[in-house]
Design a binder for this molecule. Sequence first.
Ligand code: NAD
Length: 478
Amino acid sequence: MKKITVAKGDGIGPEIMDATLEIILAAGAKIEIEEIEVGEKVYLSGNTSGIANSSWDIIRRNKIFLKAPITTPQGGGYKSLNVTTRKFLGLYSNVRPCRSLHPFVSTKHPVMDVVIVRENEEDLYAGIEHQQTDEVVQCLKLISRPGCEKIVRYAFEYARQQNRKKVTCFTKDNIMKQTDGLFHKVFDEIAKEYPEIENEHWIIDIGAAKLADSPEAFDVLVMPNLYGDVLSDVAAQITGSVGLAGSANIGEECAMFEAIHGSAPRRAGQNIANPSGLLQGAIMMLNHIGQSDVAEKVQNAWLKTIEDGIHTYDIFKEGVSKEKVGTKEFAKAVIARLGQKPQVFPAVHYDKNIPMVLPKYKKKQPAKKELVGVDVFVHWNGTSAEEIAALVQKMNFSEVKLSMITNRGIKVWPEGFEETFCTDHWRCRFKPKEGRSFSKADIIELLSRASHLDIDVIKTENLYFFDGVQGFSLGQGQ
Ligand code: NAD
């Protein structure tokens, strides 16, 4: 018996949660339910996070959280409960299966069946943003080795458990050689541990185009946070059935399962909402807690119900559907089919003998780290690269010299193009002469000189080699 935390949420939440629980309990789920209150009532009682501290205790103790959609009240100041939960509980993996239900739900992609595994904690979503000059703001894209290893391993373990044949990685590492480059490198490393699963990498732009055009070419997809955010919505939409998808948010300790849709307040209390999205979340939960036999039974019964034409209003179509039912009747129809297999859709088979192996990240031996120079970022209002070069060259000393200036990454000195548009944000790279070492004291000397010269330094970035491998990008055109 596994104890789980359940939140019935707002709007249609309580109805679809009741239906979902009724189905999985009828299928033999060995769960004990502990209910908490989250969402609108909690927000409106003055708690801006939508969840009480005592509820956090319960979620953390039970570790498994099945959550119905909630209503975030209008107006500022209310924090998204989903984002808070993801960040607080370290839910690094967002898993969203997107399958079409042709011919019962119309779609341009009748044989689509992909699962998007999205990194959920880092990338541009760290929210580290700064305005640095009048004209330039920045957002730091942070990609970590543990973050990459955890998400890529999750994708392969998921594929193995779910009998899937291929894992595809999407990145833009032709441009972002360090950040996306690390994600791709870790993907290649971990893929080798799963020789029975095919693996491939696509550059995100052409990969996304292919996904939108021929999704049947993909199986499991793994990608960094931002790409995953965008593409998981695209993928759900093109199945033709956003209202039928569920998602899982998985961490090392805890996991949260839900529908991808919201609380649909206008449909609340009328016994008309489709419980399928939350049911899909619950099926992922059952797989996650090792009750794959129950998950399989529920999924096959649900597929059979859909192909028997028993449909809620949102997917009901004259000529295709057989019977329009409410939330409760839909649940009863699924329960009546427990033990049956679909005839049109392939029946699913989850192998309960394959538990996921998700070891905690072990820190690696630190590399030999060598400081080889520094990028000094300067706010300067002129437009001539030659002029700013003459100014910052006054910071040169002994054998430490200005070696390059870029503007938004494009090399403008030495030998820049007059046509290159320049903002007020200049990166000035200082390096020692060949053979001379470089130290933090050199950076302090450079900054001290800048200060005396009244040069407006906005930040510095150290240039390192790690075990002899260059850890920074070149200027574009360098
Ligand atoms: P929504 O997903 O609630 O509704 C969009 C449309 O889909 C509506 O027409 C709705 O009637 C329909 N719909 C959604 N789920 C359905 C279901 N199960 N059965 C039948 N029809 C369904 O999106 P929205 O209207 O933009 O948002 C409503 C509220 O939900 C907002 O307060 C929003 O903040 C919240 N929301 C919560 C979550 C979450 O808790 N995870 C996610 C998204 C939105």
